[in-house]
Design a protein around this ligand. Structure first.
Ligand code: GLC
Length: 451
């Protein structure tokens, strides 16, 4: 009897110990350490998202399989036709760099389940299409060669895998519980959990240093999926142990777990202020499309204008965030001409104005934002940037700034902007004299050297 009790308590202790050990693997970081780990990313501010997969062929949204409720058999023709003969990842990387982007995130696998990489755990992959090669390998090398940090998007959702249970987001979604039970007979999520672990291990082992992993996405609830379905905690522990510096988004459904995510991901929206969690500002990145779709969508015409896009970037930085701007390349492997045009204009603006973006963040509290402007601030150089969204007529007043300013210039040409103390109503205002003609810059920027 005694031996049995001793044995049971030993067993209990060892179980508790193992649980402790495995929990301890998610890094317990101080805020300072986390900020340091993420510094390159928060300084970078601007990255490229790339959504590329079989859905480029139908060219009507990356959710086409879902929207049109296609079966694997009906979708198979895109796999058989996949052959991006014009693909040159170096060209992509050069365009991203020229636009001023510092990092890139490509869909290694999207919801359709098709893998751009040479995974040992599936046949549903680029090397088995007419194209015949591992696209991820070439992608990683090309973007690295241009000096960009490389990341992967990995879809937790999988509309092709035989063990992935049919859920409310699946092309074969149902309307009754009994139909779900019938269809999901024989599907085994524990096998699928192993599959995603195996694939993420491949991605984070076979391609050198990977800076970002973008898991997408959880939808807990009835006929949904959350952290238990993915075994998120262990998946993340594995990712962090394979790539200790890796930066992770917040879609694993681990929002309440310490170390369960690094940044939050407002999608296709402009936040009204710097996002907070439990009263604390958190790192954030908005992901946005040029038009309405992530994958190449031939007939989608709601493209944002170049100045709207530049404004989106400035606006994100003005609230302490990043912009991940998406391109959906065509099935030939090139960027849509509309995307190319916009990247060019952004690059032209960034070439002369990137000092108001890189390393910048929200302006210090207490500085009033003049009408029709956005402010960013570099805390290291102590320079304040005023982005003139609507070009003023001859002068601009900065309220209550007279005792704070050393020097002002246009950022694009370093030409002096003269200013005098006093404004319309308050003595401590600063009034700037601007040339009547708007400079040849999409959104002109004033660079203010603070005392
Ligand atoms: C959504 C969509 C997906 C896209 C992603 C980008 O989660 O499901 O198609 O990849 O947003 O953030």
């Amino acid at each position: 009897m005694k031996t049995k009790t001793l044995f049971t308590s030993l067993l209990l202790v060892s179980i508790l110990f193992t649980a402790q050990v495995s929990l301890a693997q998610l890094p317990k970081e101080t805020d300072a350490h986390k900020a340091e780990r993420m510094k390159w990313w928060t300084d970078a501010r601007f990255g490229m998202f790339i959504h590329w997969g079989l859905y480029a062929l139908p060219a009507r949204h990356e959710w086409v399989k879902n929207a049109e409720r296609m079966t694997n058999e009906q979708y198979q023709k895109y796999f058989e036709m996949f052959n991006p003969d014009m693909w040159d990842p170096h060209e992509w990387a050069k365009m991203a760099k020229a636009a001023g982007m510092k990092y890139v995130v490509l869909t290694a696998k999207h919801h359709e389940g098709f893998c751009l990489f040479d995974s040992k755990f599936t046949d549903y992959k680029a090397p088995n299409t007419p194209y015949g090669k591992d696209l991820i390998k070439e992608y990683v090398e090309a973007f690295r060669a241009e000096g960009l940090k490389v990341g992967f998007y990995y879809s937790l959702i999988d509309w092709h895998h035989p063990d992935y249970t049919i859920d409310s987001n699946h092309p074969q979604r149902q309307t009754s519980d009994t139909a779900y039970i019938r269809l999901n007979k024989g599907r085994d999520m524990s096998k699928y959990r192993e599959y995603i672990k195996n694939q993420v291990r491949e991605l984070l082992t076979n391609y050198g240093e990977i800076s970002i992993i973008w898991f997408d996405f959880s939808f807990p609830g009835k006929h949904g999926k959350g952290h238990d379905d993915w075994d998120s905690e262990n998946l993340l522990k594995m990712a962090r142990s394979l790539q200790p510096g890796i930066i992770v988004d917040d879609r694993l459904d681990l929002n309440n777990v310490e170390g369960g995510w690094d940044f939050t991901t407002p999608e296709q929206v402009q936040v009204s202020k710097w996002p907070e969690v439990n009263g604390k500002r958190v790192p954030w990145e908005t992901c946005q499309t040029f038009s309405g779709s992530w994958g190449y969508y031939r007939d989608e015409n709601t493209w944002k204008s170049p100045s709207q896009l530049i404004e989106l970037l400035i606006e994100s930085v003005s609230k302490g965030g990043n912009l991940l701007l998406n391109v959906g390349p065509t099935a030939r492997g090139v960027f849509d001409f509309r995307a190319q045009e916009r990247l060019k204009v952004m690059g032209e603006w960034m070439k002369y104005n990137n000092r108001s973006i890189y390393g910048c963040t929200e302006a210090p509290a207490g500085i009033t934002v003049p009408a029709n402007t956005l402010l960013t601030y570099n805390p290291v150089t102590k320079r304040l940037y005023v982005h003139l969204l609507a070009y003023p007529l001859g002068s601009l007043t900065l309220p209550d700034m007279a005792d704070k300013v050393k020097y002002i210039q246009f950022l694009h040409d370093a030409s002096e902007i003269r200013f005098r103390k006093g404004g319309d109503d308050a003595k401590n205002d600063l009034t700037l004299s601007l040339p009547v003609q708007k400079p040849q810059v999409e959104i002109p920027v004033l660079e203010i050297f603070l005392k």
